[in-house]
Each structure stands twice: as C-alpha cells, then as structure tokens.
Design a protein around this ligand. Structure first.
Ligand code: ZN
Length: 199
C-alpha cells in the first residue's frame, strides 16, 4: 500500500493549530490564535488572546468602549502573539516562524522582532497594520499573508463555532460586530454560504 498523498502541509497544520488556539479565547468579538515553530517544523509555543494569569475572565471587562478606558478590555488583554512568546519555556525563539490568525498589532510586532522571529504568516488582515509592516520591513522579518483554500474545513468549524454570536467571517476585519450589523451579509446563514463561496 502506498503512502497517503492528501495529507495537510506544514503551513496548513500550523495555521490550523493557530485557528484551534483562537477558539479558546473568551473575547466575545475577536478570537486570535498564534503558533510559533522552529526551522525544523517543531512547535515551540502557542497562544490566544486573553486576560493575564490571575485576572479572571469573568471579572475583567471585555467591552471595547466605556466612559473610563480602564473599563474596556484594551488595558488588560494579552494578545495571542504576545502570549505565544511569553508562554515559551524552551531555549530560544530566534529564527522561528510565527503563524497567527490575524496580522499583528505594532506592540506584538515589536516583541516578535526583539525575540528574533524571522517570519510571520498571518491569515486575516487587521485594519491597521501599517506600523507593523514598516517595522517588519526594516527588521528583515518576512511577512506574508496565508491564503489556502484547504483551510476551509477549519474556517467552517470556526464559522459554526461563532454561530452563537452571529459573527461574520467575511467582514474586514472578521468578527467585528459593528461592521457585521451594517454588512449586507448579516444574516448568518447567508454569511456561511458566502464564506464557503469565498473559500
Ligand atoms: Zn498585538
């Protein structure tokens, strides 16, 4: 019997793990996952966006706006890329590749550069990635968007998973409810069909 030929690629595997990690996030709007691997395709670390250890998910705010900025999620949430870097318990991340489900913000980009990660592969484009792009270019970090139709299965699980929140995967950025409300695809079934079409 010959070996299987329809197995998933390394890129599909690691982006799949990043997507699976994102599903652990408690953030009601944006779930992001990250997976860092070394040059020999060994997983070094994973992470998703969440509150720091000891800061209870049920007690800290998840909202995006409030009269007092300290009552929003922004001062507290650790981003997926940062968590993957901070969760690392090995020797070095130097020369590693980071897979992430959304393009990194400028703060994560700085950490990515400083720990020596040399390549970033992201799935969805976050709306404000200009500073990230500029820093990666200057620091020589390879920065590529990952587009692979075979990830459709994982996308589909993700879409089904987000049914409860009636989130839209086709909006830019994905999971932005404010945009979804305005989106002509805000009917969730239409959304799923559209997402399948896109895939
Ligand atoms: Zn970030």
């Amino acid at each position: 019997m010959d070996e299987r030929t329809d197995y998933i690629s390394w890129d599909q595997y690691f982006m799949g793990i990043a997507r699976l990690s994102a599903m652990r996030s408690k953030d009601p709007r944006t779930q992001v996952g990250a997976c860092i691997v070394d040059s020999k395709n060994r997983i070094l670390s994973v992470g998703y966006n969440g509150m720091p250890r000891g800061c209870k998910d049920s007690e800290f705010p998840w909202g995006r706006s409030a009269i007092d900025p300290n009552d929003t999620k922004y001062p507290y949430v650790v981003h997926a890329e940062m968590n993957a870097i901070l969760n690392f318990r090995g020797g070095t991340l130097e020369g590693g590749t980071l897979y992430v489900t959304m393009s990194p913000c400028c703060e994560c980009a700085k950490a990515i550069i400083q720990v020596g990660i040399r390549k970033v592969i992201y799935a969805d484009e976050w709306r404000d990635s200009e500073a990230t792009r500029r820093m990666f270019e200057a620091a020589g970090v390879e920065y590529v968007q990952y587009k692979d139709r075979k990830l459709g299965l994982i996308y589909k699980v993700d879409v089904l998973n987000s049914l409860y929140d009636a989130q839209c995967r086709t909006c830019e950025p994905p999971n932005d409810k404010d945009r979804c409300d305005l989106c002509p695809m805000n009917d969730i079934l239409a959304c799923i069909n559209k997402t399948e079409e896109v895939l």
